[in-house]
Design a binder for this molecule. Structure first.
Ligand SMILES: Nc1ncnc2c1ncn2[C@@H]1O[C@H](COP(=O)(O)OP(=O)(O)OP(=O)(O)O)[C@@H](O)[C@H]1O
Length: 401
């Protein structure tokens, strides 16, 4: 395999990966919630509230494909990743992995799936035990899971080191003898040792020098192709996932607010939050559309997930919010073949509709009050994946694949 050299030279990111919708779903996440309880202090510790870190997330990831999960700090991306790897037990919802719902499984029942779903962590410094050699770090899981006979562990470790672009003779060195990028490669080799079907990569390059980020992304791309691994790639900005992920989900305060293929998200985003994230990286937006974009400034921080704003969670920072936004939560509505958005006023930048696009479907008037004359309908694309029909916002009619 053609892995880039682990030296610290600047490497350009490769051509973007394409989506293969013909593959079967590997992971189907439905209405996933993680509400961390908050306890009172004192002897009798009562539950006095919940941190709604993940609050009704649904998506689908097909075998060998990659989905980017993007949003500001505190939006619930890492918690989503940890739920899928079942480091956390979800409050509610399902995590269908290759035909089995992982959500209700006990620790023991999860054992056979631990191999298939691996995690790569952000911080290559803290995720490797400094007292263990690279040989032990990569070799121990091979032994524990009986991946190879005992006498073949060392040669397999060396093979894995070579695959991730490290010198196979360095198996007896310690993590502190490697650079940040090289340590991340060790973490990747450890995950790869399990021959996983899915890797959850939580900000895998954020702690690395910009000059070596592309090297590690290119390596992950190589591994994905060679070993047919699906990726959930968590990142806080849209620039990092652009080459790696042909599909992107944007999260805000525990919910997915927009999800779609690369073209829909980068060239035709309809949610003001996605538009703000894109405008924070003007080169990115300009490069893909050729148009100059005004910077949309997001005021303040993400509100607390203990007591999120009513209606649309984003409304307190939204430049286009109106009455309905505080009263009615916008559903994640399918507006294109591979594009969903949760906004009452979904529209491209500078082309915001006057009246809510959702009111007719939800049976409310334009201010969010129940409309006795309306007949609420099923929201197109409700649930994970994409439906064959959607609401075409240009003609206000049903679109079809
Ligand atoms: N174990 C926990 N107990 C209570 N609250 C938690 C726990 N883990 C995360 N949270 C809270 O849940 C919310 C979402 O956190 P999470 O780490 O998933 O966000 P994130 O988008 O990954 O942000 P970051 O990029 O900073 O990691 C935050 O408000 C965080 O404080």
């Amino acid at each position: 395999m053609n892995t880039p050299a682990p030296s610290d030279g600047v490497v350009e990111a490769r051509e973007a990966v394409e989506l293969d919708p013909s593959r079967p779903p590997l992971l189907t996440v439905k209405d996933l919630r993680m509400h961390f309880p908050i306890h009172s202090s004192g002897v009798i510790r009562r539950t006095i509230g919940h941190v709604k870190a993940v609050d009704g997330v649904s998506f689908e990831l097909r075998a060998g494909n990659s989905l980017g999960l993007v949003g500001e700090s505190g939006c619930g991306k890492s918690t989503t990743g940890r739920l899928i790897t079942r480091l956390y037990e979800p409050t509610t919802g399902s995590i269908d992995f290759d035909g089995t719902d992982l959500a209700p499984l006990t620790k023991k029942q999860l054992t056979p799936f631990r191999r298939d779903v691996q995690m790569i962590f952000q911080d290559p410094y803290s995720s490797l035990n400094p007292r263990h050699t690279v040989g032990a770090i990569v070799g121990t899981p091979l032994e524990v899971h009986n991946m190879v006979p005992k006498d073949k562990v060392l040669s397999r470790v060396q093979e894995l080191l070579e695959i991730v672009g490290l010198n196979p003779e360095h198996y007896n060195r310690y993590p502190n003898e490697f650079s940040g990028g090289q340590r991340q490669r060790i973490g990747i080799a450890r995950a790869l040792a399990m021959q996983p079907k899915l890797m959850v990569a939580d900000e895998p390059v954020s702690a690395l020098d910009v000059s070596i980020q592309a090297q590690v992304i290119n390596l992950l791309q190589d591994l994905q192709k060679e070993f047919d691994i699906a990726f959930l790639f968590i990142a806080h900005d849209l620039a990092i996932v652009r080459h790696f992920c042909p599909e992107i989900a944007v999260m805000y305060l525990g919910k997915i607010v927009e999800i779609g293929d690369r073209d829909s998200i980068y060239n035709s985003s309809h949610h003001p939050y996605t538009q703000a994230l894109l405008s924070a990286a003007p080169d990115l937006r300009q490069a893909s559309t050729g148009r100059r974009v005004e910077r949309i400034r997001l005021e303040g921080d993400v509100p607390s997930p203990i007591n999120p704003p009513s209606g649309c969670h984003f409304r307190t920072r939204c430049p286009i919010a109106k009455d309905i936004c505080s009263k009615v939560e916008p559903p994640l509505l399918q507006i294109g073949e591979r594009h969903k958005v949760a906004c009452h006023f979904a529209g491209e930048t500078g082309n915001v509709p006057e009246t809510p696009v959702t009111s007719r479907l939800l049976g409310v008037d334009e201010f969010g009050a129940p409309d006795p004359g309306a007949s609420p309908a099923e929201v197109p694309g409700d649930g994970p994946g994409y439906a064959d029909t959607w609401l075409d916002l240009k003609n206000n009619s049903l679109g079809r694949a």
